[in-house]
Write a protein that binds this ligand. Structure first.
Ligand code: NAG
Ligand code: NAG
Ligand code: NAG
Length: 252
């Protein structure tokens, strides 16, 4: 859960966004601004970066262990993405939420729905390796009484291990590298395995020429996703831990 404190402590950097707020009047403060952890923060987008989308992602973080006392190493992630842009305060006359309600959506989604991946029937969280994503691209309906959230795309690691966001529903793609990481706030949702929330990340274009319309991505307001200890998870197998988060997509 995100505390009021971390929200109040948010450092507001004005962004020249696609969804620009009015330049005068009380609504100016409603310009979308990246959330702050309340402690260390990621390098903010440049003043000319344009916010293209805010998506909520629901999926799994994968880890492997080389031994019972080893530290689990991250091997990738899979998630389905849904568009929450118009729920951000001030971006829609009818759909927008308060900032508190908006930032509670990853928590709500993590606990309210099963991971939206194809799973072997006997397994709780792992995904089908040959075909992890459902072929039907369904919208996310009825979450926290919100209007249906439009399916936006998928997040996965490509064959070279590069984190990729394929926003096929809106014709954008991001192939990225991690260029910043800060711990999630202490009071972040620890997830369904009580392992803690994955770090907040800054991800920039991989330079592989595969991105389209997006070249800067932030992972913020994470819930769950941290690894179990290697003793608990077993050596040599992939452990898959459910997580949710927001991804903020920019072009700069
Ligand atoms: C994984 O998906 C493929 C293709 O849909 C299917 O043939 C296979 O049985 C699935 N495997 C498991 C373990 O569910
Ligand atoms: C699930 O079933 C497969 C195939 O029968 C088996 O290899 C695997 O170990 C099982 N997984 C669990 C968590 O029981
Ligand atoms: C993550 O693990 C799942 C099994 O739960 C597997 O299907 C998938 O291919 C793995 N993906 C990555 C990127 O490691």
């Amino acid at each position: 859960m995100v505390s009021t404190k971390s929200l109040l402590l948010a450092a507001f950097t004005t962004i020249t966004a696609t969804y620009a707020a009015p330049t005068k009047g009380p609504c100016k403060s409603l310009t979308p601004t990246l959330p702050s952890t309340g402690g260390d923060d990621l390098v903010a987008p440049s003043p000319t970066a344009r916010l293209k989308k805010i998506a909520i992602g629901h999926g799994i973080q994968n880890y492997t262990c080389s031994g019972p006392d080893a530290t689990p190493s991250a091997t990738g992630a899979l998630a389905v993405l849904y568009d929450v842009t118009t729920l951000y305060p001030g971006l829609s006359k009818t759909a927008s939420l308060s900032i508190e309600a908006f930032n509670s959506l990853p928590h709500a989604l993590l606990w309210d729905r099963p991971v939206p991946l194809n799973r072997p029937s006997n397994s709780s969280y792992s995904a089908n390796t040959s075909s992890p994503f459902p072929s039907s691209h369904e919208d996310l309906k009825g979450l926290a009484n919100c209007p249906a959230l439009k399916y936006a795309g998928h997040h996965y690691f490509d064959s070279t291990g590069t984190p990729t966001f394929d926003l096929d529903a809106i014709g954008m793609k991001a192939s990225v590298l991690k260029t910043g990481s800060v711990s999630a706030p202490k009071d972040a949702d620890r997830g369904v395995l009580d392992t803690g929330a994955v770090a907040w990340l800054r991800l920039t274009d991989s330079g592989k020429g595969m991105s389209k319309g997006v070249n800067l991505v932030y992972r913020v307001i994470t819930a769950g996703g941290n690894a179990e200890g290697c003793g608990a998870a077993g050596v040599g197998t992939t452990q898959s831990v459910p997580y949710t988060t927001f991804y903020w997509f920019y072009e700069e």
